[in-house]
Design a binder for this molecule. Structure first.
Ligand SMILES: NC(=O)c1ccc[n+]([C@@H]2O[C@H](COP(=O)([O-])OP(=O)(O)OC[C@H]3O[C@@H](n4cnc5c(N)ncnc54)[C@H](OP(=O)(O)O)[C@@H]3O)[C@@H](O)[C@H]2O)c1
Length: 301
């Protein structure tokens, strides 16, 4: 049957919707939070830098589209922090406008010193995010970690937050993180981990598995470091075997190939990035031999 030009155009216009429906039908890989058994979709949104915009409708619009796309594909985890400029305000506006709060696993942080200041900072985060409670609050970069964890545990006992954690993002913080993990009981850690930045997998990520802590991983692309490294390079055969159609999917599938990782949180401020990156949490993940091949490829570029 001849197909009219109009029908072709209509089909093309429907393609993203059809793709979205197909994606929605294939659930995202989910991983458990060890302390509760609650399952989380295995990729979240990080909001540092790109969500730090003036909270005006035109600046918020593309970010709102990214969050809506994320939720429509089954994503729930969003990570922010009071120190990310206006990111909490921007996210608060998006959640209020879209009514999506109940579908989000909302994580923020504290980085104050002293009980009163930390409590004030927490209340300010709730106000900025326009929410009553937070799912996870982590001590940012281990700042005043012992005292801040005590405050967060009180907030958890009062049911104002559901989970407690700590974060770092540089290799020179790994030893300090390890010491905290050995002496404290934590629901989550957040640590830097990428295909070309693997130090966290040596001791800290295995320790999290042993101690029953969920692992969020930050900076999975090294911001633009990995993109620069592979610029102009074709995907290696192992990436194609895994069904990857882009480099970001390769980088994220590598991280998720570590079974002790719960949820990488790449910065995603565009709907197209969300669609691309969430595809990494579907289908096959690399086994140990495939991960070695991926490491060898990256180490050689
Ligand atoms: N101490 C801490 O607790 C700590 C420290 C650092 C980060 N974090 C958390 O980790 C999150 C992630 O870190 P990050 O955002 O700095 O670094 P990242 O996730 O390694 O890189 C994010 C950047 O990658 C690019 N990108 C993402 N998806 C893409 C795609 N599909 N195709 C092409 N480019 C893509 C975007 O660049 P462009 O926007 O330039 O296009 C984006 O800004 C942060 O947002 C934050 O939530 C926590």
């Amino acid at each position: 049957m001849p197909v009219s030009r109009r029908a072709v155009i209509a089909a093309a216009a429907l393609a993203p919707l059809a793709r979205r429906a197909a994606f929605a039908a294939e659930p995202l890989i989910r991983r458990p939070i060890p302390s509760s058994g609650e399952m989380l979709p295995a990729i979240g949104i990080g909001t540092s830098r790109r969500y730090e915009v003036e909270p005006t409708p035109d600046r918020i619009a593309p970010l709102k589209e990214a969050v809506q796309t994320f939720v429509s594909f089954g994503g729930t985890v969003i990570d922010t922090a009071p120190s990310y400029g206006t990111a909490e305000d921007v996210l608060g506006a998006i959640l209020a406008e879209t009514g999506l709060r109940q579908k989000i696993f909302l994580a923020s942080k504290v980085d104050s010193t002293g009980r009163d200041e930390t409590l004030k900072e927490f209340e300010r985060s709730l106000k900025r995010l326009k929410v009553e409670t937070l799912d996870l609050v982590a001590v940012h970069n281990l700042i005043d970690v012992t005292d801040n964890l005590a405050v967060l545990r009180d907030l958890k006992a009062a049911k104002r937050i559901r989970y407690v954690g700590v974060t770092i993002w540089r290799d020179n913080q790994l030893d300090a993180l390890e010491a905290v993990m050995k002496r404290e009981s934590l629901d989550f850690i957040q640590v830097n981990y990428a295909i070309d930045n693997r130090a966290a997998a040596e001791r800290v990520i295995p320790l999290a598995a042993e101690r029953g802590m969920a692992v969020m991983t930050n900076v999975p692309f090294g911001r633009d470091r990995l993109f620069k490294a592979v610029q102009g390079k074709e995907l290696p055969p192992v990436a194609k075997d895994l069904g990857c159609t882009s480099w970001p999917q390769v980088f994220l599938k590598y991280v998720l190939g570590n079974p002790a990782v719960t949820c990488p949180i790449p910065g995603m401020a565009k709907a197209a990035y969300v669609e691309d990156n969430l595809a990494a949490a579907r289908g096959k993940l690399p086994d140990a031999a495939q991960r070695k091949q991926m490491e060898a490829f990256i180490d050689a570029v």
